[in-house]
Design a binder for this molecule. Structure first.
Ligand code: ADP
Ligand code: MG
Length: 312
């Protein structure tokens, strides 16, 4: 049986305009198609931090000139970003597959992910979304809107929203069946649309689920062998951004936990990736995770070009 991989694709690497995104997606699908060609089965979870922030912000700003335009909640904004990014991915994948003579079906599943409304994350927003601002702009926006802004990994200030833990995937049955048929599936985009389950009813929640955590859950629920987290850096670093920075190519989950305690991984960027990797790797013996750069996706899986997270 072909190895099953759940790929988490960074939203920050996709660019801000439709043209940028199309070009970025074009580059991203090449190594993924190489994996399909090699016999791997893929489900793809993309991020949407910048994109969901833009969609949300576009409605906010339009409302200032026309009060008839509605505010767009994060659940609906995430649903829109799943369609927007999913469209570009499924189009680029289909073209790239065709170019190498493969005819796999590719589809995007609009995905709802269940969270616990009592999750303490709702009282403590941590997830950066939208544009980067200077410290001064962030202060002005915070005063005007009541939103919370924090510094994001040395790159500027961004709005943060609650990021509760994903506990179930509503459309998991459909995703599993598509994967079983050999289809490529794009699912849980942006971490999924956050919903709670109350009296057997699904109710949307104002939050953005971390896509790396959602990808780990999807990997568990679909019995994947590998969680492949693709981002802007080629490896996980220790002392990231400091003069003594070093790249690490292998991490046991025990070492990863130790480095978390030392504060080696920034909250909202590398930390959720490491946590997602640990969670998946420890969910069943033999499961592995790799954190690597987008362009190295194929070499990360076949030639060790990325950080492998494993249990010895
Ligand atoms: P994505 O959109 O792929 O989720 P993020 O920006 O959320 O990307 O997370 C990846 C970023 O995490 C890297 O580009 C880097 O700036 C940052 N980062 C923080 N700590 C580390 C670390 N210890 N090692 C590598 N990258 C780190
Ligand atoms: Mg991220």
């Amino acid at each position: 049986m072909a190895r099953k991989i759940v790929v988490a694709l960074g939203g920050n690497a996709l660019g801000l305009t439709p043209d940028d995104q199309k070009a970025a997606v074009q580059r991203a699908v090449e190594p993924l198609v190489e994996l399909v060609r090699d016999g791997y089965r893929l489900a793809i979870v993309h991020g949407n931090g910048p994109q969901v922030g833009l969609i949300h912000l576009a409605f906010e700003q339009a409302r200032q000139s026309d009060p008839h335009i509605p505010a767009m909640p994060f659940a609906e904004s995430t649903a829109m970003s799943q369609g927007y990014i999913g469209y570009h991915l499924q189009s680029a994948l289909k073209n790239a597959l065709h170019a190498v003579g493969l005819a796999n079906n590719v589809s995007t599943v609009v995905t709802q992910v269940v969270v616990d409304p009592a999750d303490p994350a709702f009282a403590r927003p941590t997830k950066p979304v939208g544009l980067f601002y200077s410290q001064e702009e962030a202060h002005q926006l915070a005063d005007a809107s009541g939103h919370v802004f924090v510094e994001d990994a040395g790159r500027g200030y961004r709005r943060v929203v609650p990021s509760p833990e994903p506990v179930d995937i509503v459309e998991k049955g459909a995703i599993q069946r598509l994967m079983k048929l050999g289809d490529l599936v794009i699912a849980c985009g942006g971490g999924g649309i956050p919903v709670s389950r109350e009296d057997e009813q699904l109710i949307s929640q104002e939050a953005v689920i971390d896509k790396d955590k959602a990808a780990a859950l999807l990997a568990e629920l679909t019995s994947a062998d590998l969680l492949l987290i693709l981002t802007a850096v080629p490896y996980v670093a220790l002392h990231y951004g400091q003069p003594n920075q070093i790249w690490v190519d292998r991490l046991t989950t025990r070492e990863a936990r130790l480095y978390i305690e030392q504060g080696q991984f920034a909250a909202g960027s590398m930390l959720p990736k490491i946590e997602a990797a640990i969670e998946f790797v420890e969910s069943r013996p033999g499961r592995e995770a790799i954190i690597a750069s987008l362009e190295n996706a194929f070499d990360a899986v076949t030639a060790g070009k990325g950080t492998l997270i494993f249990t010895p």
